[in-house]
Design a protein around this ligand. Structure first.
Ligand SMILES: [Cu+2]
Length: 341
């Protein structure tokens, strides 16, 4: 069966990038996530409805370049979706139990057998999201659908910030529920007022009764210490398009051996490289390090410090130009650049 990948975070020609490919084939493409948000991706091959109802989807979170305007203690991703099942008419079994298959009649009439958070019936009740009283919680909520609406609510909490589609420009305050159509999302934030269990539901209770329930457990089980959070600004990015391409090339090809302001790795820390080398020298080095090492005293001195000789990176003239533009950008900032981890 053919499949494809449709990224809502991208702005690209769907006929090209989201084309269907056959089993055994691969596809690769780039896009620039121009908008912050909580975006769905999914298989876009007809019958799209059936492919999505079979679980072919996920979520991409694009953080704002400067980070979120608020600080939180906990972050969780909650994806709501529907499953439309019937026992296999051929009577096949799985793990000793009944095998369920897609019920295409139910799919067409929007009558799911299960509506769930994070892929499991009552999954977030069995494995609650854990927090502590007084903490601020940020939920990245996506309603996949494929066909029904979610009336997302947390019992006992009020969302003091809601960013529709996950973009802080789309701010609402003091919301009890957030209405999410298929492929709609929101970032919701709230403070846990007291110790207790806060029930997460789709307030369309018929949907909740099909499994779209969960808990934020703030009764004491939460760990302290270093929590993962994203209040820090996102990786700094240049504005000039050529430098942006240079940054991408650098992160793809160079960070195994180089940092920018993070100290020497297998190769030297490149912060300040445009002050110690001319553009011409850099271009010659990047085009052919071995060649320069033969004649150039500076290159030879550098090589003495590092046991490894930098392998030829097979860079085109355009890529070299992009990389040098990127070096100039970070040297103009004069600060370390946190590379992707
Ligand atoms: Cu598919």
């Amino acid at each position: 069966m053919m499949h494809s990948m449709d990224f809502h975070a991208a702005m690209v020609s769907p006929q090209d990038k989201y084309r269907s490919i056959a089993p055994g084939q691969t596809i690769a493409f780039d896009f620039t996530p121009n908008y912050p948000g909580v975006f769905m991706y999914h298989c876009g091959t007809p019958m799209i409805l059936e492919h999505i109802a079979s679980g072919m989807y996920g979520v991409v979170i694009v953080e704002p370049r400067e980070g979120y305007p608020t600080k939180v203690d906990r972050e969780f991703v909650v994806v709501q979706s529907e499953f439309y099942t019937k026992p296999d008419p051929e009577g096949r079994k799985i793990g000793g139990g009944v095998l369920n298959v897609l019920d295409t009649e139910r799919v067409k009439t929007k009558a799911p057998t299960y509506t769930v958070f994070n892929g499991r019936y009552n999954g977030l009740v069995e494995h609650p999201l854990v927090a502590k009283p007084g903490e601020r919680v940020r939920l990245f909520v996506l309603n996949v659908g494929p066909s029904n609406t979610s009336s997302f609510h947390v019992v006992g909490a009020i969302f003091d910030r809601v960013w529709l589609d996950g973009n802080p420009y789309n701010e609402l305050r003091g919301m009890q529920t957030v209405l999410l159509g298929s492929s709609s999302s929101a970032i919701v934030e709230f403070r846990i007022p007291d110790a207790g269990k806060y029930i997460i539901v789709d307030h369309h209770f018929a949907n909740a009764s099909q499994g779209a329930v969960g808990l934020v457990d703030a009764t004491g089980g939460a760990e302290s210490g270093d929590l993962e959070h994203h209040n820090i600004p996102e990786t700094a990015t240049p504005v000039e398009p050529e430098a942006v391409k240079g940054k991408l090339a650098f992160e793809g090809k160079c960070i195994a051996c180089h940092s920018v302001g993070g100290g020497d790795k297998l190769g030297p820390d490149l912060l300040g490289v445009t002050t110690r080398r001319t553009d011409e020298w850099l271009a010659r080095w990047l085009a052919n390090p071995a060649e320069l090492l033969k004649h150039d005293a500076e290159a030879q001195a550098l090589q003495k410090k590092f046991t490894l000789a930098m392998p030829d990176q097979g860079l085109s003239a355009a890529e070299i130009n992009h990389l040098v533009r990127y070096f100039h950008w970070f040297d103009a900032r004069g600060k370390a650049v946190k590379a992707v981890e």
